[in-house]
Each structure stands twice: as structure tokens, then as C-alpha cells.
Design a protein around this ligand. Structure first.
Ligand code: ADP
Length: 378
């Protein structure tokens, strides 16, 4: 039994064929440059993915597919659990598109072509916002005019929820502790980056907000800024909304400051003496430390801090610098353990550290496959 997982973005489509029981990946890949001559649209992208599967000797009709799981970024207030896709869901996700203009429309394109090419399978939407659906009102509410917020659905939704949930559950399993007995901080540091605070199994805060722009400094996104900057740029620099949006989403973050969003290249620049790259790194680390401190205060105490995603899993310097000098707060990293690589969940704190610090490889595809198979079996 397998699930086809589809993560459809504007210019790329990621796919995986996953056994939800064993966690085995029979295949996975990414079709890039959607919109080019070779891959004109999402239909061509999914067909190209099927061609790649065929080239590996995998035939769709003999894979034992029980469902297709789709990653959908924004579920708004409406969707907070994996949901079977039908016309009504598609219409509602479309309505939510203004909240995630870069993410929801391409997900809908992926859903549309997958349903046409695989009409006999149940298709399931798994929402990035779902895990944070029940944030305490104090954390979910922006202190702005209530009527405006109501009218326009402005609140903290949070993103990367599938990853924060998966990683925090993996951490509990790794430690052999009941999920609801632990306070946890999860630092999901990929190209997009977000932090979450989880109290006894319940998410109580997360750094992304109405959109995936808030919070930590990211590969190309600014994270937190003074909202006054936007008005200032509108009024005084004469910049348009689209221009500001593009700047904050694509030309900010570590790339905007240091010229690179890939941390391997950023480190290389720093080593060659590039001051801009050094500043980008310092700003990134400073913001990360601020969130760790904030979430320690929100939680009162934490049992676990987990690093995950591309940077969190691979960049020992980021992990070291994010938590350096915090022994007064009960956090002691073991330099040698931290420097070791690996692809499994592992401890990087000292045996005596009151807070256990882990590296936990995330696996959103497996989480989506499991959720989709469970729903399809009902
Ligand atoms: P996405 O948000 O696109 O899913 P990932 O979680 O795959 O991102 O993270 C991608 C980022 O991870 C890259 O841009 C790069 O900065 C970082 N990364 C990947 N491998 C390494 C590595 N070995 N060392 C440092 N950073 C890495």
C-alpha cells in the first residue's frame, strides 16, 4: 500500500511515493521550471513525474496507491484536519487564496491535474496551518482593530504545521516520553523558517502569522519588520504594493543582506571575509535567539529544543550559535555531538543539560502520506 504525495508550487512540483506504514519511499523527485518550454504547466509537470516513475520501473497501476495526498499551505479557519478533496473544498481553498497568493493557487493547479489524471483515487488535502488551529487566543490575536481583523480573517494561522507536529512527535518518541508530558520548542530552519512552542502536546505559539512572512529571518524573506516600514516605502519611496511584496519575499532575509540564501554558500562567503555575509548570518542568529528566549518565557520551561529542516539538520554552526552561552537557562550543547553529521534523530546536548537539544530530520511527505492513508481507509 502506497500514497502519492504531491507538493505543488508555482514553479516546481515535488512528488513522492510513500509506504505510510513502513515509511519507505519508493520514489521521490522534483519537476522544476514549470512555465518553461519543456514543462509548460502543472499538467505537464505531473505527467513528467509519472514518466520519471515509469523510468524507474514503477507503474501507477501496480504501486498499490490508496490515496493522493496534497500539501496545501493555507487552510484558513475552515480547514484544520486532513480533508477529502471535493468541489466544495476546492472552492473554499480558492477563497483563501488572497491569504496565500504564492502558495494556494499553485496547490489548486496540482490538485486539479492530479484529480484528472488519477480520478479513481481519493485525494486528500493536508494543511500547513492545521496544527496551529487551536493556538490560544492570546497568541493568535493581533492587537489591531477588532472589526477589521474579523472582517478580513486577520489572525495568526502559523505554517510548517505538518513539520512542527511530526518533529515534536518524533522527539517524544525518541525520548520515550508521552507526547503530552513534554514542553517543546521546534526550530524549523529551511529556506522558509519558523519556530513553535508546544506545551504538553498543544501548540501555544508559532512565529509565522497571517502569512508565512512573519517571524524568523529566512532564506529570502525578512521575517519580523516594523509594519511602519511598509507605509514609509509606500509614501516616501513611492514603491507599489507588489514591489514591496516582492522585496520582502524574495530579496530580503539572508539573501537580501548577504547575497546568498544557501547557508553553505553563505558560510563560504563569510570565510572569504565578506562582511555583508557575516552581517546576514549575525542578524539571522540574533533573531533565532530572540525567539528561543521568547518561547522559553511563554512555556515557563522547556524539556526539548529540536532543530529540523535543511539548515537545522545540517548546519552545526547555526545550532551552536543559536544556543551558545545559555547554560544559565539550562541549555548546554555538546560541541562534539553537535558537530557530528547524521540522518537520524540525535541528541546534541550534554548528558547533564536540563534541556535536551535534538536534531530531528523532518519528513512532511511521510506525515502527509500517513494522514492521507488514514483518511482514505475510513
Ligand atoms: P525548503 O524550505 O525549500 O523545504 P529545506 O528544508 O530543504 O528548504 O532547506 C533548504 C536549505 O537548507 C538550503 O537553502 C540551505 O540553506 C540549507 N542546507 C541544506 N544543506 C545544507 C548543509 N549541508 N549545510 C548548511 N545548510 C544546508
Amino acid at each position: 500500500m502506497t500514497v502519492l504525495v504531491v507538493n505543488s508550487g508555482s514553479s516546481s512540483l515535488k512528488y513522492a511515493v510513500v509506504n505510510p506504514d513502513t515509511g519507505e519511499f519508493l520514489a521521490d523527485g522534483i519537476i522544476e521550471q514549470i512555465g518553461s518550454a519543456q514543462v509548460p504547466d502543472h499538467d505537464a509537470a505531473l505527467r513528467a513525474a509519472f514518466d520519471e516513475l515509469a523510468a524507474e520501473g514503477l507503474r501507477l497501476d501496480t504501486l498499490g496507491l490508496v490515496a493522493v495526498g496534497h500539501r496545501v499551505v493555507h487552510g484558513g479557519k475552515t480547514f484544520y484536519r486532513p480533508t477529502l478533496i471535493d468541489g466544495e473544498l476546492i472552492a473554499k481553498v480558492k477563497e483563501l487564496s488572497p491569504l496565500a497568493p504564492l502558495h494556494n493557487p499553485p496547490a489548486l493547479l496540482g490538485i486539479d491535474v492530479a484529480r484528472r489524471l488519477l480520478p479513481d483515487l481519493p485525494h486528500v488535502a493536508v494543511f500547513d496551518t492545521a496544527f496551529f488551529h487551536n493556538l490560544p487566543e492570546s497568541a493568535a490575536t493581533y492587537a489591531i482593530d477588532r472589526e477589521v481583523a474579523e472582517r478580513w480573517g486577520i489572525r495568526r494561522y502559523g505554517f510548517h504545521g505538518t513539520s512542527h507536529e511530526y518533529v515534536s512527535q518524533q522527539a517524544a518518541a525518541f525520548l520515550g516520553r508521552p507526547y503530552d508530558s513534554l514542553n517543546q520548542i521546534v526550530l524549523h530552519l529551511g529556506n522558509g523558517a519558523s519556530a513553535s512552542a508546544i506545551a504538553g502536546g498543544r501548540p501555544v505559539d508559532t512565529s509565522m502569522g497571517l502569512t508565512p512572512m512573519e517571524g524568523l529571518v529566512m532564506g529570502t524573506r525578512s521575517g519580523d519588520i516594523d509594519p511602519g516600514i511598509i507605509m514609509y516605502l509606500r509614501r516616501s519611496a513611492g514603491m507599489g504594493v507588489e514591489e514591496i511584496d516582492t522585496m520582502l519575499n524574495r530579496r530580503s532575509g539572508v539573501r537580501g543582506l548577504g547575497g546568498e540564501n544557501d547557508f553553505r554558500k553563505l558560510h563560504a562567503r563569510i570565510e572569504s571575509g565578506d562582511q555583508d555575509a557575516q552581517l546576514a548570518y549575525d542578524v539571522y542568529i540574533h533573531r533565532l535567539r530572540k525567539y528561543v528566549g521568547a518561547y522559553l518565557a511563554v512555556l515557563g520551561h522547556t524539556d526539548v529544543i529540536s532543530f529540523t529542516a535543511g539548515v537545522g539538520e545540517n548546519d552545526a554552526a547555526v545550532r551552536r550559535d543559536a544556543l551558545a552561552g545559555l547554560s544559565g537557562l539550562g541549555i548546554e550543547i555538546d560541541e562534539a555531538l553537535n558537530a557530528e553529521g547524521g540522518h537520524e534523530t540525535r541528541t546534541i546536548s550534554t548528558p547533564d543539560s536540563p534541556v535536551t537539544v535534538l536534531v530531528v530530520p523532518t519528513n512532511e511527505e511521510l506525515a502527509i502520506a500517513r494522514a492521507s492513508a488514514a483518511l482514505a481507509a475510513r
